[in-house]
Each structure stands twice: as structure tokens, then as C-alpha cells.
Design a protein around this ligand. Sequence first.
Ligand SMILES: *Cc1c(COP(=O)(O)O)cnc(C)c1O
Length: 195
Amino acid sequence: MQRPLAFDVDMVLHATTKYIGGHSDILGGAVIAREENEFFRNIREIQKSGGAVPSPFECWLVLRGIQTLPLRVRAQSENALQVADFLNNHSSVDKVHYPGLPTHPAHPLASVQMRLFGGMLSFEVKGDKEDAMRVTAKVKLITRATSLGGPESLIEHRASIEGPGTKTPENLLRLSVGLEHPDDLIDDLKQALTK
Ligand SMILES: *Cc1c(COP(=O)(O)O)cnc(C)c1O
């Protein structure tokens, strides 16, 4: 969705755990450097001596998953925009955080930097924590779980995950939009938001 190296950054850090693996079944990461400099050689050295090396099976799963990365991310982005649009017009939703929505304050900047806006969004349910919890308890197709970037849609009450002292609003739910049909996702959220 974005080419950070084209924006002059020195290094890109990926969790292959998420979209690159894409199937919620591995843990891994990747560092991509613009040039093979002293700093990068240090990272390689730390990896070598610290042993942060993925197993052959996990590498194979990443290679398998990455083949469908462009198609998955395109579909997840399209689904997320439809879901965000639905939530944005729902009377039980206070706010939707998704840079792909023209109403989002960072939409103009995101449009310059990104070709797609991704499958992640969050929204604030009208009311308090209990109201948000009620929505997560009622979804049927969407699964209540942390993590993101897999084929299945996941929802979580973010403040509970972050714990005491978090600045995340208590009525906020995070949604990782997966590869289900967008109408099914919208139907599920529609029934979950009905009091
Ligand atoms: C992201 C995530 C992790 C950690 O993966 P990283 O590769 O360190 O980002 C572990 N468990 C869950 C459920 C996650 O969503």
C-alpha cells in the first residue's frame, strides 16, 4: 500500500506475523535497509549471535503466504472501506477511524502516501465500555481476538488489551477486516449494533 523507501526512510520494519504471512499461523519479522551500512551489519550480527532466526517451516509459510499478498490486501482494503462507510453512517457509532474515509482528517495526507488504505480500522461505539463490550459479545461471523492481517475478521476491545493507563477510549473497538464477503461483515455488525 505504501513504499516507505521511496519516501527516503532508511529502514523498513515488518511483522511478517501479520499481512505478509497473512494466515495467522506464524511469528516473524523482517528488517529491510536502504543500504548495507554499518548499522545494518550490526543488526545482522545481533540476529546471528542472538539467534533470532525463524525456523524453515515458518519461512516456508511466509513464502507461501506472500504469493497472495497483493490480492489479499486489495480485497481487505476494499472490504474495510465498505465496512468503514457503513459504520460511519450508523446511529450507534460515534466515530470511525479509517484513513480511507474522505471524512478522516488525515485522508488528504494518506492519499498522497498510500495507494490503498488497508484492512485495519477502529470505531467508537456510542456510549461507554459496556456498550462496546455488548457489540463484541454479539458478533457471530467476526471473531473476538487480538492479531490482524489474517483471512478472518477479528474484533477486540483495545483498552482491555493495553491495560491500565491506556489513552485508548473505553468505547473503542479495533477491527481487522478479513476476506469474508463485505455484505456478510456488514450484516454481522448491523445485528451486533442493534440494541
Ligand atoms: C502481532 C502479534 C504478536 C507478535 O507478533 P510480532 O511479529 O512481534 O508483531 C503476537 N501475538 C498476537 C496475537 C499478535 O497479534
